[in-house]
Design a protein around this ligand. Sequence first.
Ligand code: BEZ
Ligand code: FE
Length: 288
Amino acid sequence: MRDFDEQTITNAVQTSFAGTPDARLRQIMSSLVAHMHGFIREVEPSFEEFQAATKFLTATGQISNQRRQEFILLADVLGVSMLIDAINHRMPDGATETTVLGPFHVADAPLCANGADISAGVAGELLFVDGSVVDPQGTPLAGAAIDVWQSDAEGFYDVQRPERSLSALRARLCSDAAGRFWFRSIVPAAYPIPDDGPVGAMLRATNRHPWRPAHVHFMISAPGYQMLVTHVFVAGDQYLESDAVFGVKTSLIADFVAMPPGALPDGSESAQPWRQLSYQFGLKPAST
Ligand code: BEZ
Ligand code: FE
């Protein structure tokens, strides 16, 4: 175990992991070493560049805390999160496509009845959402648990507004006997991902923007089905083709249809123009 050169060092490091009892961990370490060494042989970093890389990763760790996960954000902007998502969610026909979870989900959002206004008084254009939850054959799923969360009309989530202690624009709902759920909200806006840390610095250094197109997040679960984590994006948004985290799929873009003042689907009235989002979510059976 000595006198390694640019080529033989890779096999030596891989061999050092040969005694790893867990076969999967052994595979991961061996592959990690092969790819990292391949990357370094290709790029040939200078010592200063190596120091800059360790400084970047140190800063990424230092800015992270229970609420801010800069390493996940880094994975998001490098397309790693969406690649892992794609590998782990190969969906059958009839099942809704998945996308990134993001950092703004809160586990214990208010439980709301269908028809509730989840805006908590936050200003914006009225949005009526009517959704349905079905299996891949289109059979309605009653009693599905639906978590919904979204940005406000200025592109902020409630957790980004420390001046407001209120939970807003997030809720937990339940599908009815026909698999349907519905609620009132406001139209979400596009927003930049948190870009005041090392990930933001990397985006600026590479001339990339931090914006995500406007969307509403959904997390839907029902017994016997895989949990669905997805968004519905607002058709026409200027960032649909350049989402900072590569999360857009065509099947997840929907018209938030502009409606004139008058009756809403739940029988209530709006004196202002409003918008309607109708979307059917297909869940994948757990066994497939
Ligand atoms: C989000 O959609 O909430 C999000 C996803 C990835 C990174 C930042 C935000
Ligand atoms: Fe989001």
